[in-house]
Design a protein around this ligand. Structure first.
Ligand SMILES: NC(=O)C1=CN([C@@H]2O[C@H](COP(=O)(O)OP(=O)(O)OC[C@H]3O[C@@H](n4cnc5c(N)ncnc54)[C@H](OP(=O)(O)O)[C@@H]3O)[C@@H](O)[C@H]2O)C=CC1
Ligand SMILES: O=C(O)C1=N[C@H](C(=O)O)C[C@H](O)C1
Length: 252
């Protein structure tokens, strides 16, 4: 029996907080080989020169679309953790993939298994509670607000409430300072907290007569994202086209 060659993987944003962790996880996996590490200002060509078949992107919302476009054009599949995705951006990625039927792109707002479950549980619970708000809490180095996870959670909750015919959350506010009630996403109020000491955390608060339900997830260390990233790297070549979120990979 011949042993299978390890899958060649490139990492974009390799010197960032997440990139460093991803490079370590890929290096530690026997079935994967880290062949390219690219950071800001370095050419993407090293990815194809090194023969990467899958690229992992943890860069920034400003650069991620150009990176995906380039990889798709080169026939390289991409696992995307970078935030900043809107429905319009996802449509654009789908459009690029139409011309490349063998290429897969997985865009996951959050790779932590607990966070994926937190989003699912919140969407399931949301139709049963008239009130729902999201509080996301992150380290102060984060450049975007609300977080990609919070945006995706709000979209999931909005869709599940719309399907169940649930109206807007009750709110008598008549006067408010700018931002006091957070940002409204898919009809859900989202509040962003930034503090030293935090990594990535989110609470979904649901309320009805006489009771509240709080669904909370905490990433206390970036290692929490690695099993999900490696799962996506191993799966992306089997899933041509666009996959959004880890849910489908986990059978959710
Ligand atoms: N989906 C998930 O589970 C998770 C997603 N994220 C997301 O991942 C992204 C990165 O987060 P984080 O690692 O904390 O951020 P960092 O700022 O620590 O890292 C980003 C890295 O990418 C580099 N970079 C910028 N532009 C390019 C480019 N065009 N090509 C290659 N490298 C580039 C940056 O370089 P420089 O600093 O010089 O600009 C930096 O080293 C964010 O959008 C964050 O929200 C984070 C954690 C989990
Ligand atoms: O910037 C981060 O750190 C994180 N970004 C992602 C997001 O925007 O949701 C995922 C996680 O929250 C960590």
């Amino acid at each position: 029996m011949t042993e299978q060659e390890p899958l060649p993987v490139g990492v974009l944003g390799a010197r960032g907080r997440m990139g460093v962790e991803v490079c370590r996880a890929v290096n530690d996996a026997d079935d994967l080989e880290l062949v390219a590490m690219v950071d800001a200002g370095e050419g993407l060509f090293s990815v194809t020169d090194a023969g990467a078949r899958v690229v992992v992107d943890f860069t920034s919302p400003e650069t991620v679309m150009d990176n995906i476009h380039w990889c798709v054009e080169q026939g390289v599949s991409v696992v995307v953790g970078t935030s900043g995705f809107t429905p319009e951006r996802l449509h654009r990625v789908e459009h690029w993939l139409k011309h490349k039927p063998d290429v897969g792109v997985i865009v996951a707002p959050n790779f932590a298994i607990g966070a994926v479950l937190m989003m699912e549980f919140a969407a399931k619970a949301a139709p049963y509670f008239p009130s729902v708000e999201i509080v996301e809490l992150h380290h102060p180095g984060k450049i975007d607000a609300p977080s990609g996870t919070a945006l995706h959670t709000a979209e999931m909750i909005g869709a599940s409430r719309a399907a169940a015919g649930v109206g807007p959350s009750p709110d008598a506010t008549k006067t408010a300072l700018d931002g006091a009630r957070g940002a409204e996403v898919a009809g859900v109020r989202v509040h962003s907290v930034r503090s030293a000491g935090l990594v990535a955390h989110q609470e979904v608060l649901l309320g009805t007569g006489g009771e509240t339900l709080t669904i909370r997830h905490d990433s206390l260390d970036r290692v929490s994202f690695m099993p999900g990233v490696l799962l996506a790297v191993r799966e992306v070549l089997k899933r041509p086209g666009l996959t959004v979120g880890l849910g489908p990979l986990l059978g959710l």
